[in-house]
Design a protein around this ligand. Structure first.
Ligand SMILES: Nc1nc2ncc(COP(=O)(O)O)nc2c(=O)[nH]1
Length: 278
């Protein structure tokens, strides 16, 4: 078993989006993102999840060269600083380059569907592979958010991807599954997946939950004036999701605000320990 996946408190993956709109210098320099990633690690993040292209609904894709130009120097800087790195990419070539540069997790929101070479490439790399549920690229995913039983269908589609990825040579013991909250899902689908997360545990694999700042939390927090709180005002709700996920033994959460989720994980640990000894 990869030591990253050994039993323990829920891991906190700190989001580090290296996209032009995420840094004041437009992503031209790496000093700022490396400093931010190092700070997130110092705040308690177990891993820093570096992403070079937005996967949000409607986002346009960047080409492979641009993605690598954005993420590779940041991965190298974080690895040099001793910070464990995950890379959020759907591209096999990017996955190979960043793992060769020291990244330890390939976080593929497409579950290997976006790049037919991903599974075979990951099979040859020494890394953890996050396999998320996905039904299509940003421009079509909202039209695909139709389910009779979202948990049953997400489970079946993850099973299909798991079979394909293991058949390509990726060992099960280095795979993390992720329900893909917000990807081809409406708010009610996200809540149902969270409420029935235990049904995804039947795979016997670690689970990663990415609820941070997402639209379903924004909808929940919308006041009587109908104003949807901006993403940065959804961190308290995100931390509660982290606490509930940690209480269910979820392997990891992917969050923008690290401190609040680290605190949530620690509260759950202390509460459960007190219950165990009392
Ligand atoms: N494993 C995983 N990775 C992800 N990467 C990006 C986003 C999109 O969220 P963002 O653009 O707000 O970071 N969500 C996930 C997720 O839910 N799970």
């Amino acid at each position: 078993m990869n030591p990253l996946l050994a039993p323990g408190p829920t891991r906190v993956l700190g989001v580090l989006n290296v996209t032009p709109d995420s840094f004041s210098d437009g992503g031209r320099h790496t000093a700022e993102p490396v400093a931010r990633g190092t700070a997130l690690h110092a705040a308690g993040a177990d891993l820093i999840d570096v992403g070079g292209e937005s996967t949000r609904p409607g986002a346009t894709r960047v080409d492979a060269a641009e993605e690598l130009r954005r993420v590779l120097p940041v991965v190298e800087g974080l690895v040099a600083a001793g910070v464990p790195v995950s890379v959020d990419t759907m591209r096999a070539a990017t996955a190979r380059a960043v793992v060769e540069a020291g990244a330890v997790v390939v976080n593929d929101v497409s579950g290997g569907l976006a790049d037919p070479d991903m599974a075979a490439t990951v099979a040859g790399l020494d890394c953890v592979y996050v396999l998320s549920h996905w039904r299509g690229a940003s421009d079509v995913m909202n039209s695909l958010a139709a389910y009779d039983d979202v948990v049953a269908e997400v489970s079946a589609e993850l099973q299909t991807r798991l079979q394909a990825v293991t058949a390509a040579g990726v060992d099960r013991d280095r795979i993390v599954l992720d329900p893909g909250l917000g990807f081809a899902k409406r708010a009610e689908h996200d809540w149902t997946l969270l409420a029935r997360l235990d049904e995804l545990e039947r795979f016997g694999l670690p689970l990663l939950v990415g609820a941070s700042r997402k639209r379903f939390l924004g909808a929940l927090l919308t006041g009587p004036d109908g104003v949807v709180p901006p993403p940065e005002d959804r961190d308290a709700a995100t931390a509660v999701v982290t606490g509930l996920a940690a209480d269910r033994g979820v392997w990891g959460v992917r969050v923008h605000d690290v401190a609040s989720s680290v605190a949530a994980v620690r509260v759950v640990g202390a509460w459960r320990e007190a219950a165990r000894v009392s």
